[in-house]
Design a protein around this ligand. Structure first.
Ligand SMILES: CC(C)(COP(=O)(O)OP(=O)(O)OC[C@H]1O[C@@H](n2cnc3c(N)ncnc32)[C@H](O)[C@@H]1OP(=O)(O)O)[C@@H](O)C(=O)NCCC(=O)NCCS
Length: 171
C-alpha cells in the first residue's frame, strides 16, 4: 500500500484584498448613480441629476473593489467658512459591514480637517452608524443653509424622520 505524503498544515489565510479609496472622477458619475439608485428609489438618498452630479463630482470620494467595480461613495459638501455636510453615503449591500462606510467617512472628514472646517454634520436615519464615528446628536435648526438648499427637493420633506448629527473638528 502506498502512503501519500501528508499535506503541510494550512498557513494563515491570505488577507482578502480591500477596496481602495480615491477621489471621484467624472467617469465615475454613471457608477455613482447606479450604486445609489436603490436608495434613491426607496427615498433614503436624495436624487441628483447627471448634470448636478458632474458639476459636483469633486465633492465625492469613492471606494473601488479589487475587480474595479465602484462599491461605495460619500460627498463632502461645503456650506460656509465653518460648516460642511457628509452626504450621499452609500455602500453596496454585498460590501456592507466590512468597514467601507467608515473608511469613506474618515476620508471625507480628513478632507474637511485639511480645509479647516469647524464642524461636519449629516442628516440621517442611521444615527448609530455616525455615533460609531464620533458624531453627536444635534438640533436641525443649527443648520439652516442645509434645510433651505436640499429639503425642498426631498420627497419626504413633509414627513421627515432624519436626525441631525454633528462632529466638531477642533483646530
Ligand atoms: C450606512 C452604511 C453607509 C454603513 O456602511 P458600512 O460599510 O456597512 O459600515 P461599516 O462596516 O464601515 O461600519 C462602521 C461601524 O458602524 C457600525 N454600523 C454600520 N451600520 C450601522 C447601522 N446601520 N447602525 C448602527 N451601526 C452601524 C458597524 O458595526 C461598525 O462599527 P465598529 O466600527 O464599531 O465595528 C451602509 O449600511 C449603507 O450604505 N446603507 C444604505 C444607504 C444609506 O442608508 N445611506 C444613508 C446614510 S446617511
Amino acid at each position: 500500500m502506498s502512503v501519500l505524503p501528508l499535506a503541510p498544515p494550512p498557513g494563515p489565510a491570505a488577507p482578502s484584498p480591500s477596496p481602495i479609496l480615491r477621489e471621484a472622477r467624472l467617469s465615475d458619475a454613471p457608477s455613482i448613480e447606479a450604486l445609489q439608485a436603490p436608495w434613491v428609489e426607496a427615498g433614503e438618498l436624495l436624487p441628483r441629476s447627471r448634470y448636478d452630479l458632474c458639476r459636483h463630482i469633486r465633492e465625492y470620494h469613492v471606494a473601488v473593489a479589487p475587480d474595479g467595480g465602484l462599491i461605495g461613495c460619500v460627498a463632502l459638501k461645503l456650506y460656509s467658512l465653518d460648516l460642511a455636510e457628509l452626504a450621499a453615503l452609500a455602500v453596496q449591500t454585498e460590501w456592507q459591514g466590512r468597514g467601507v462606510g467608515r473608511r469613506l467617512c474618515e476620508a471625507a472628514i480628513a478632507e474637511a480637517r485639511s480645509l479647516a472646517v469647524a464642524e461636519v454634520f449629516a442628516l440621517t436615519r442611521q444615527p448609530l452608524f455616525f455615533a460609531r464615528l464620533g458624531f453627536f446628536p444635534a438640533e436641525r435648526s443649527h443648520f439652516p443653509l442645509k434645510v433651505w438648499a436640499d429639503c425642498a427637493r426631498c420627497p419626504r420633506q413633509d414627513a421627515c424622520d432624519e436626525v441631525a448629527v454633528v462632529l466638531p473638528l477642533p483646530a
